[in-house]
Design a protein around this ligand. Structure first.
Ligand SMILES: [Zn+2]
Length: 240
């Protein structure tokens, strides 16, 4: 038996949608921030379908970015804007001293938007992968650098007329390894190619970075990345 025609169903759906939108618009309906696309990004909140949208919006707006970062548990202090050469410099940047639950091998200059992606990655990908694959958290993230006024390295060295690297605006960080609480190290160079727990952890950390950064390059991309993950924001989106 067909209770409704197709047009009838469509009409009912559109009516319900209009009523829902009106209720939302006039504030008659409270929806939790997690499920409200207009709500600010909450770094602590378990990611869902709206997280990517909220993260992109926060990265695009310095005020939103710093507001989200303030709640993230990251250890940092803002640094003043400065230009350091053509296509190089710091805008809405900070000195990251540590994550929420990881130390950094040394402080890193990062744009707010890159630090926000780091916060999401640490909390929702890196430490969960460490718990699952290694049975405990990562204590320290070892990196090779973040801010550097240079062009993209093509393998023949940086070219004079090449495009600026995301490192030139502190929108990227190169992560080379991890130290566990028992002080054992896991390095991209040594452990990426294996099939043990350390290798599985690295693969999860890499895949997780692709969820929260806009560009990720690792050992499978080319020789230049044999010893680190390049994690960046502000690009077109790649995960290699
Ligand atoms: Zn890099």
């Amino acid at each position: 038996m067909r209770a409704f025609s197709r047009n009838g169903l469509l009409l009912a759906f559109l009516t319900a949608l209009a009523a829902l939108l009106a209720a939302l618009h006039f504030g008659a309906l409270e929806i939790p921030d997690r499920f409200d696309p207009r709500a600010a990004l909450d770094v602590a909140s378990e990611p869902n379908l709206l997280t990517g949208l909220k993260l992109r919006r926060a990265r695009a707006d310095p005020a939103r970015c710093f507001a989200a970062l303030e709640q993230s548990g990251l250890q940092y202090e803002p640094v003043a804007d400065r230009s350091t050469g053509q296509g190089c410099g710091l805008t809405n940047a900070l000195r990251l001293r540590g994550g929420r639950s990881v130390a950094l091998s040394s402080p890193a200059l990062l744009s707010c938007r890159a630090a926000l992606s780091f916060a999401m990655w640490e909390r929702h990908a890196l430490q969960p992968a460490a718990s699952q694959r290694l049975g405990g958290p990562i204590a320290t993230v070892e990196h090779l650098g973040s801010y550097a006024c240079r062009n993209i390295n093509t393998g023949e060295g940086s070219t004079r007329d090449g495009r600026r690297s995301r490192h030139a605006t502190a929108d990227a960080i190169d992560v080379a390894g991890y130290v566990r609480e028992d002080r054992t190290r896991i390095t991209v160079l040594r452990d990426w190619g294996g099939d043990d727990a350390e290798a599985l952890f690295l693969r999860d950390a890499h895949a997780g970075a692709c969820r929260f950064f806009e560009g990720v390059l690792g050992p499978d991309y080319n020789e230049l990345h044999a010893d680190h993950f390049h994690l960046e924001v502000g690009g077109w989106g790649f995960c290699r």
